[in-house]
Design a binder for this molecule. Structure first.
Ligand code: ZN
Ligand code: ZN
Length: 220
C-alpha cells in the first residue's frame, strides 16, 4: 500500500505499529506525511483556537464588536501540509482521505456527548460535482452520529459577484422540514478561516431559540 498523499510505500513495520495503536489512519498515509500536520497547542485564542494568540484574536474581536459570540474549537493549524491535504481530499475527490483524522476527531468529540452534531452541508451543485460531503465523510469515518438537518442553497462563486452583491450576501442555509434537535448544538466544518460561514449558521440556531451553540473544525 502506498501513502495517499506522497505515494511512498508504507512499510510493514509501520503498519503493524499503527495497528497496535488502533490508528485509523493505518495504511492511508505514511508517518512522514502525518508528521507534517501541526496540532494546535497552547497558547491559542481562547475563543477560536487560532494558534499563538494569548488573548482574543482580531477575528474574534471583530465578531464581538458585531455582537456575535465565538465558541470554537479546532484541532490543527491550517499549514501548507493541511492545505495540500484538503486540496487532494476535496478537489481531487479522494474520499478515502476522510479517514486520516478519524481517531483525533472521535477523541475530540467525546466531550460533546450531549450535543447534537450538525455538519455544514454543501449546495446541490457542489455536492453533485464532488459526490460526497467532506465533513460528513470525516464524521462517518470517526463513527460519530450526526444530524443532517441543514440545507444549503447553491450560491454563485464569490469572485463572479460584484462587491455590492457580496456585501448584501443572504443566508444560504436553512433547516430541513420537520427536524428536531436537542438544546445544545455543535456545528462541524472542515476549515475555519474568518468564521463567517459558521457565524451565519450559529445565528440560524440562536434565532430558533437554541442558546448553546458551539462550532468545531479540523483546521484553523
Ligand atoms: Zn506520505
Ligand atoms: Zn479568535
Amino acid at each position: 500500500m502506498n501513502c495517499l498523499l506522497c505515494q511512498s510505500r508504507i512499510n510493514v513495520k509501520e503498519k503493524f505499529t499503527n495497528l497496535l495503536l488502533l490508528n485509523f489512519s493505518e495504511e492511508i498515509i505514511c508517518e512522514s506525511c502525518h508528521g507534517q500536520f501541526q496540532k494546535i497547542q497552547n497558547p491559542h485564542c481562547p475563543s477560536c483556537y487560532k494558534n499563538m494568540e494569548i488573548e482574543e484574536c482580531q477575528d474574534c474581536l471583530y465578531w464581538k464588536s458585531h455582537g456575535k459570540e465565538v465558541n470554537h474549537e479546532a484541532l490543527y493549524n491550517y499549514n501548507a501540509a493541511m492545505k495540500e491535504y484538503f486540496s487532494k481530499y476535496k478537489f481531487q475527490g479522494d474520499y478515502l482521505l476522510g479517514k486520516v483524522f478519524a481517531r483525533e476527531v472521535r477523541k475530540a468529540l467525546t466531550k460533546y456527548k450531549d450535543y447534537s452534531i450538525v455538519p455544514v452541508p454543501l449546495g446541490k451543485n457542489r455536492y453533485s460535482d464532488r459526490k460526497f460531503n467532506q465533513v460528513t465523510a470525516i464524521l462517518e469515518a470517526a463513527n460519530i452520529n450526526y444530524q443532517d438537518i441543514l440545507s444549503k442553497e447553491d450560491t454563485e462563486k464569490q469572485s463572479s459577484k460584484s462587491r455590492e452583491e457580496r456585501l448584501g450576501i443572504k443566508n444560504p442555509f436553512s433547516f430541513k422540514e420537520g427536524i428536531s434537535m436537542g438544546d445544545k448544538v455543535l456545528i462541524v466544518d472542515d476549515i475555519y478561516t474568518t468564521g463567517a460561514t459558521l457565524q451565519i449558521i450559529c445565528q440560524l440556531f440562536r434565532e430558533s431559540g437554541i442558546k448553546n451553540v458551539r462550532t468545531f473544525t479540523i483546521a484553523r
